[in-house]
Design a protein around this ligand. Structure first.
Ligand SMILES: Cc1ncc(COP(=O)(O)O)c(C=O)c1O
Length: 363
């Protein structure tokens, strides 16, 4: 085993988080959102670990094809749907479910005959203004889909929240109301809630909830961490301390010499940098955890290394393992310092960072 940076993926935490989500929305089925390589956690291992999820959600046909190649025969919903005829035919061959969010996709479906019609979800735009039919166009889109012999009858009906990370958002109430109005009287299952909707808007749970970030142990709400909701971090990013040196007052640290030692002090170098996905924009003082204490980041993040202030960790030794985020250091805190979100940090871990999978069941 090499000594470089690595992520630990705690599959028992992942399963625990699914249990927490089910308890929040006990009457709903769960579509586990595992796009973008399972939010950086490894899509295939996440899918395997979440054997209890009722169905899976990915962004693209290629992601769904990778799951089928692994033998996952669950319902897989492609959230962006098919963009071309080839994708549509592949989706039919693999028996995927496609979200239909645009007239061009209705055209594709209207032009073909399939031996086995596709399961579809029709998407309503209730305020995100990204994908989906407007409330004005929704009824006619539904009729076109209903008339397409390539699509199964009674498509699912869905929308996506744009502000569910803010529990005070009035827009989410508006989106729920709009969804009810526009889908009133239509057959088919309904799905509205992402992680924010699951924890913040019980009246949006409907038939199927679509958790992403909460599965990975992160709170969907600004200003809190997953622990507040009983969630456990799945990803912990670690890297070894590779050098410790005594520096003098006034010494400048790292590229650009932007941080100066205020006194004679110990400075540590940790073997992780932006080449591993550690955010380059993290400022001085960003938290790093070492041997149970926080050792603040000092100086600029390099490609392969960062420097930390070891004044509070005088017994640190080369080879000690630092935690960049995860167990004991919520990724939400680090993301906030980086001016980003936990989603981006977790998706951004690069392929040179080895993954170690932990299966220990603690529940
Ligand atoms: C359509 C759709 N549903 C659900 C999700 C899951 O969202 P979250 O990770 O905030 O739970 C996403 C993620 O972007 C999505 O695009």
């Amino acid at each position: 085993m090499t000594s470089g940076p690595h992520v630990t993926i705690d599959l028992s935490a992942l399963r625990h988080n699914l249990t927490v989500i089910r308890a929040q929305a006990p009457a709903s089925q769960v579509m586990a959102i595992i796009k973008a390589n399972g939010y950086g956690h490894g899509m295939l291992r996440v899918a395997r670990a979440l054997a209890e999820a009722d169905m899976l959600g990915v962004a693209r046909v290629g992601e769904a094809a990778a799951l089928r190649a692994e033998g996952d025969m669950r319902d897989i919903v492609v959230l962006e749907g098919a963009q071309t005829l080839d994708e549509l035919l592949l989706a039919a061959e693999l028996d995927l479910s496609l979200v239909v969010h645009h007239a061009s996709q209705l055209d594709l479906l209207g032009d073909i005959e399939l031996a086995r019609p596709l399961a579809c979800w029709l998407k309503l735009d209730t305020g995100m203004h990204r994908l989906g039919f407007s409330p004005e166009d929704f009824d006619s889109a539904w009729r076109r889909l209903d008339a397409a012999s390539a699509a199964r009858a009674a498509p699912g009906l869905m929308t996506h929240f744009c502000c569910a990370d803010n529990p005070d958002s009035m827009l989410t109430h508006h989106q729920i109301r709009q969804f009810r109005e526009s889908t009133d009287g239509l057959p088919g299952p309904r799905s509205l809630a992402n992680s924010g909707g699951i924890f913040g808007w019980p009246d949006a749970h409907a038939d199927i909830v679509r958790p992403g970030i909460a599965l990975y142990g992160v709170s969907p709400f600004e200003g809190e961490t997953g622990a507040t909701r009983g969630l456990r971090p799945v990803m912990t990013l670690k890297a070894p301390l590779i050098a410790i040196d005594q520096r003098r007052a006034g010494d400048a640290i790292g590229y650009g010499g932007s941080w100066h030692c205020p006194e004679d002090m110990l400075v540590g170098v940790i073997g992780i940098g932006y080449g591993d996905g550690y955010p380059r924009h993290l400022p001085n003082g960003a938290p790093v955890r070492l041997n149970g204490v926080e050792v603040p980041l000092i100086g600029r993040v390099s490609m392969d290394m960062i420097s930390v202030d070891l004044r509070d960790a005088p017994h640190a030794a080369v080879g000690d393992e630092a935690i960049l985020w995860g167990e004991g250091l919520p990724v939400e805190r680090v993301a906030e310092q980086a001016g980003s979100i936990a989603y981006e940090l977790m998706c951004g871990v690069t392929s040179r960072v080895a993954a170690r999978v932990s299966e220990d069941e603690e529940d």
